[in-house]
Ligand binder design. Structure first.
Ligand SMILES: [Zn+2]
Ligand SMILES: [Zn+2]
Length: 279
């Protein structure tokens, strides 16, 4: 197959954060979907990378280590906005990077306790142990709360539970407050990785201005291809990347059960994206 026909997926999640499959399964599914390269980008952890990499080597599919980092602007025109930054192809052993991942996860733990309190105030008793059990090896995230709520009969689907509880009475703001985008970009650079703004249209902000701001902070690129993007969205982002001299990435943001309609490689991400920066 020539490189023009090859497709890749650079945004996926496993059980180590809020996905429903093991890293090994994700890589196998990528192979079955006919993808030539895949990045595993779990939230705030790289615990699944080793397993995924080994499987990818076995199956002969190009693997790129990744993490999706939770950050928040503290001041300026985007103050209080939570931003996800995808980090690709970094050094897993980098001490500063790993210390910061730990800090983010600690912060998540504190926020989880607050969410349990918020549910209590709504008359719903949730035990942290139940949530931890659902998360298993993974970083505890909203989806694990949602699964416990479904088990307890408070909702019949992920979609219903997210809508009912996390866009109403329970604070949705569970993303880390520890790292600012500026620090996050710096830590990624320092670890030899590349930083990309994930799903740029999900923040309900002036997307162009947000990309300009992150460009000034030294971000390497932007996720131009994403399942919810319209053709115009993608075109806008590609144009913006060109103007700001940014690299481009793309992926499905595959999770499994919590987003049933999203499959691996469901968006058409060209192989040329990684040829530009990894090969
Ligand atoms: Zn994200
Ligand atoms: Zn994601």
């Amino acid at each position: 197959m020539n490189n023009f026909n090859k497709r890749i997926d650079l945004h996926t999640h496993s059980k180590y954060s809020d996905g429903s499959f093991t890293p090994k399964e994700v890589v196998r599914m990528a192979k079955e979907a006919g993808l030539s390269a895949i990045a595993l980008t779990d939230h705030d952890t790289h615990a699944g990378i080793k397993e995924a990499k080994e499987e990818a080597e076995k199956l002969g599919i190009h693997f790129i280590p990744g993490v999706e980092l939770s950050t928040k602007f503290k001041e300026g025109s985007f103050a209080k906005t939570d931003i996800h930054i995808l980090c690709l192809n970094f050094d897993l052993q980098n001490e500063k990077f790993n210390k910061n991942l730990e800090k983010i996860r600690e912060d998540r733990h504190n926020i989880n306790l607050k969410i349990i309190e918020a549910f209590k105030a709504e008359g719903i008793e949730l035990k942290y142990e139940e949530i931890l059990e659902k998360a298993g090896v993974g970083v505890v995230m909203k989806v694990h709360f949602v699964e416990v709520l479904i088990d307890k009969g408070y909702a019949s689907s992920h979609e219903e539970a997210f809508k009912r509880f996390f866009s109403g009475p329970i604070p949705t703001n569970i993303v880390s407050r520890v790292l600012e985008p500026r620090e996050c970009i710096e830590i990624i650079k320092n670890s030899g990785g590349l930083s990309f703004l994930a799903h740029p249209f999900r923040y309900k902000m002036d997307t162009g201005a947000l990309i300009d701001e992150l460009t000034s902070l030294g971000i390497d690129g932007v996720e131009v291809i994403y399942p919810t993007h319209s053709e115009e969205d993608t075109e806008f982002l590609m144009q913006k990347a060109k103007e700001n001299n940014l690299m481009m990435t793309g992926g499905s943001d595959f999770h499994g059960a919590s987003r049933e309609r999203i499959t691996l490689g469901c968006v058409n991400v060209p192989y040329s994206f990684i040829e530009d920066y990894f090969l």
